[in-house]
Design a protein around this ligand. Structure first.
Ligand SMILES: Cc1cc2nc3c(=O)[nH]c(=O)nc-3n(C[C@H](O)[C@H](O)[C@H](O)COP(=O)(O)OP(=O)(O)OC[C@H]3O[C@@H](n4cnc5c(N)ncnc54)[C@H](O)[C@@H]3O)c2cc1C
Length: 320
């Protein structure tokens, strides 16, 4: 049996959880999922459609939002009862945080950001992980009674599977220490809009945008195309855009149908975050910029003159 820790935000399932279920189904047909906290029952249908047959729902009156150590306690409760062969979570900050607590408490190794996982024998597993910004694929063997692993975003396609799931509710044992880290306030990021990690279209800007003002055009284009805005690290370091929008090795890894990079040179650390895009269009005044060799369509032009034209054309096409 494989256990998937399925994260959610106030009842909205993390879409990457479904990819983790696919990874789990590649290891064993018997996949259980764990959801924690209030409103989590809203996630059951999505998990069922991805092939989960048993959903464990852990609650406690003291858990009213994401609480990492309490979630770890829930994982350990299910682990101790059902003895899964592996526990998987999405390679997000939350998934990594929860499994890191589990690893520490259970004194087990944790492998992060796996793009391939195979159970090779009793207590051994083979894993593949991208290292050095995707320039190196590391294959290693892990020895552990229970494999704890996080799954790299977009490494596994979501597979559909009709059927029913049974929900097993249980009380999560929590101590005061489990509640020390919890969400006290949410500020900043907009509550609406398309999430960067799951967006089908990402419109990204780099240093060539020359400042925060021109990002208004990217927002406009993203809005017309139903996409999300991304950026390079230079942009977040300059404070033009929030870190949540950074694409790359130390930002979000995206896999949209369309990625358009405006004024981004294409450093390996940036490409590590967008190389899974189905189509990459680069707009750059420098035809020799590294990103041009990665692009399906390389446009040598000034973004400041091209963007207003693109917006107008996209708007017209939408109205057509
Ligand atoms: C450990 C580490 C981790 C990192 N992680 C990340 C990461 O996650 N994500 C990331 O993005 N970077 C990351 N970086 C930084 C990365 O190495 C680059 O410095 C960064 O990606 C460059 O950003 P840029 O392409 O916006 O800027 P530049 O490299 O300065 O490129 C700007 C580009 O804009 C073009 N341009 C200028 N004006 C115009 C115009 N008017 N029209 C069109 N094009 C124009 C230029 O020709 C140039 O190609 C990391 C670096 C390190 C060391």
């Amino acid at each position: 049996m494989i256990l998937v820790y399925a994260d959610h935000d106030r009842g909205e399932l993390d879409p990457l959880a479904l990819q983790v279920v696919s990874a789990a189904r590649g290891l064993d047909a018997d996949v259980h999922a764990l959801i924690v906290g209030p409103n989590a029952e809203k996630c059951v249908d999505d998990l069922t459609s991805a092939g989960v047959r048993t959903v464990h729902h852990g609650t406690n009156a003291a858990i009213d939002d994401y609480t990492p150590r309490a979630s770890a306690s829930a994982v350990i409760t299910v682990m101790d009862r059902l003895e899964p062969r592996a526990v998987l979570a999405a390679g997000t900050p939350r998934g990594s945080e929860v499994l890191a607590h589990v690893a520490s408490i259970k004194d087990l190794p944790l492998v992060t950001e796996c793009s391939e996982i195979a159970l090779t024998g009793s207590g051994t597993a083979g894993v593949t992980r991208a290292r050095w910004g995707g320039n190196l694929l590391e294959r290693s063997e892990v020895s552990a009674d229970v494999l704890l692993a996080t799954v790299q975003a977009h490494a596994f396609a979501v597979s559909e599977d009709a059927g029913d799931a049974q929900v097993e509710a249980f009380e999560v044992p929590v101590t005061d220490a489990d509640l020390e880290v919890s969400i006290v306030e949410r500020t900043g990021a907009a509550e609406t809009g398309v999430g960067l990690a799951e967006a089908k279209v990402v419109i990204s800007g780099g240093r060539g945008m020359d400042g925060p003002e021109a990002f208004g055009m990217l927002e406009e284009l993203a809005d017309i195309l139903g996409g999300a805005v991304g950026c390079s690290r230079v942009v977040t370091a300059a404070g033009w855009r929030p870190h949540a929008e950074q694409v790359g090795q130390t930002g979000t890894k995206v896999a949209p149908d369309l990625y358009i990079a405006f004024g981004i040179s294409g450093a390996t650390q940036h490409i590590a975050g967008c190389k899974s895009a189905k189509t990459l269009i680069a707009v750059n005044t420098d035809g020799q910029a590294p990103i041009m060799t990665h692009a399906d369509y390389a446009v040598v032009d000034n973004l400041h003159t091209l963007l207003p034209v693109l917006i107008e054309k996209a708007r017209a096409a939408q109205g057509a």
